[in-house]
Design a protein around this ligand. Structure first.
Ligand code: PHE
Length: 445
């Protein structure tokens, strides 16, 4: 086996991880989940979920990855717990599964960059989305997006992932920041800020049963947890920097970009009198495209916005492909580029059905959100919290000034509060899958 690669710099690792975290989840899903779940009330629960559940869980993945220096499947054996490799298998399969449909949405984004430049959707944004979201064209663009992802991963950890995310992540922040500043100038956008920034406690209390699983699921998805992406990235660390400090930077930057996206989306919608409404898959595309169509300089704004979305999607997709590629790179003698191409083709094939109908895509998404992610995060937490405990604590403290007390507090969280929160989310998620399946059965009868 050849020498395993490592990140060239600490900043490189942090930006790659931020690139993984910042994705369609922040710019596309987050504002619309917020809209669908009661506005600012959702944000309060989401922020709590990010910091109290997501952050400790991210550290759990980091600790496993850095110590094992292996892909998620082999990491457990490396740490002396072969039986647990099934958890790595689950994470790796989740990455494979999620990338399959994520790439279809990535294809839509490419389409919208072109559509903005030519004004193709200006005459009817709903009809446009209906026409491009499913069918042979969607398959073609799914292929283009996957090819871009493969191209980066094939170049390797430092030359591909580290280099590209060092460019992509700052571009996302700058462009999105520019759009947010521009959004301040919109007439009537004030209502958007109010809706977004002032939580209504009654709404929160009344809807906590649906807000909680949505917020926790969103926290996992946006932090790229549960599919081995953070574990894999940490396995290339080979250095003794502080994991809590790096993790905190990543979580804060990711949250910042999500909130920034909201500062762009809500003023735009409210200034045009559009309710953010449902969080459906097409909602963001239809509503935002509809908004760009009415705005002066809408073409330019549309292009900038969808370019941001593409960069965000791409820097996330490469982390998903890297999880699967790492397993084969670690275990075969074939070149990384051959493996990346072969895997890209297989994942592309798995995604093709979801490019033929929104209900199918929405099933792919629901299975990931409600089942794969929470289940996989739960298993990782149990491993770190109850099985690999002492070593995990030592690993967390490596390279930090973190005292015994801090590490024990983290461990306590990882053993109790966090898995309980995840378990509740998993059960609610399964329930919602069952309801979905029931609806489907009724529709068939
Ligand atoms: N975090 C990414 C997003 O918000 C999605 C993602 C999930 C990427 C899991 C990698 C792993 O869009």
């Amino acid at each position: 086996m050849s020498q395993r690669e490592t990140w060239a710099t600490r900043v490189g690792f942090i930006l790659a991880a931020v690139g993984s975290a910042v994705g369609l989840g922040n710019v596309w899903q987050f504002p619309f989940q917020t809209g669908a779940n009661g506005g600012a009330a959702f944000i309060v629960v989401y922020l709590a979920a990010v910091f109290l559940i997501g952050f400790p869980a991210m550290l759990a993945e980091f600790v496993i990855g850095r110590r094992a220096e292996r892909n998620p499947i082999d990491a457990f054996a490396r740490l002396g717990h072969r039986d647990w490799r099934v958890v790595g298998v689950l994470g790796t399969l989740s990455a494979f599964w999620i990338l399959a449909f994520y790439s279809v949405v990535g294809g839509w984004v490419i389409r919208y960059i072109v559509g903005s430049a030519t004004g193709a959707y200006f005459s009817g944004s709903e009809a446009y989305f209906g026409a491009i979201a499913a069918g042979p064209d969607a398959v073609g663009l799914h292929a283009v997006f996957m090819a871009l992802t493969v191209g980066v991963v094939a170049l390797g950890v430092t030359d591909g992932i580290e280099r590209s995310t060092k460019l992509m992540v700052p571009s996302i922040v700058l462009l999105l920041g520019g759009l947010a500043v521009w959004a301040v100038t919109l007439d009537g956008g004030g209502a958007g800020y109010a809706y977004y920034l002032s939580p209504d406690i009654d709404t929160l209390v009344a809807n906590i049963g649906s807000i909680l699983p949505a917020a926790v699921g969103q926290a996992f998805f946006t932090l790229s947890l549960g599919m081995g992406a953070m574990l894999t990235y940490a396995s290339y660390l080979g250095r003794d920097d502080s994991l809590p400090a790096d993790g905190a930077t990543i979580v804060v930057l990711n949250t910042f970009v999500g909130l920034l996206a909201g500062l762009v989306v809500f003023p735009i919608l409210f200034s045009l009198g559009i309710e953010p409404g449902s969080g459906g898959l097409g909602a963001a595309f239809i509503t935002l495209a509809g908004a760009f169509a009415q705005l002066p300089a809408g073409r330019l704004l549309g292009v900038v916005f969808f370019v941001v979305l593409l960069l965000a999607a791409l820097s996330s997709a490469i982390s998903l492909l890297e999880v699967v590629t790492a397993y084969l790179v670690d275990n075969t003698d074939r070149s990384r580029s051959t493996l990346a191409v072969a895997l890209g083709a297989a994942i592309f094939a798995l995604g093709v059905p979801s490019a033929f109908g929104l209900p199918i895509l929405s099933w792919y998404n629901a299975i990931a959100y409600n089942l794969l992610l929470p289940l996989s995060v739960l298993c990782l937490l149990l491993f770190v919290g109850w099985v690999d405990t002492d070593d995990a604590v030592a690993e967390l403290r490596r390279g930090t000034g973190l005292g015994e007390g801090g590490a024990v507090a983290w461990l306590w969280f990882v053993r109790t509060v966090v898995p309980l929160g995840v378990l509740v989310t998993l059960l609610l998620g399964l329930q919602s899958l069952a309801v979905r399946a029931g609806l489907l059965a009724e529709a068939v009868v």
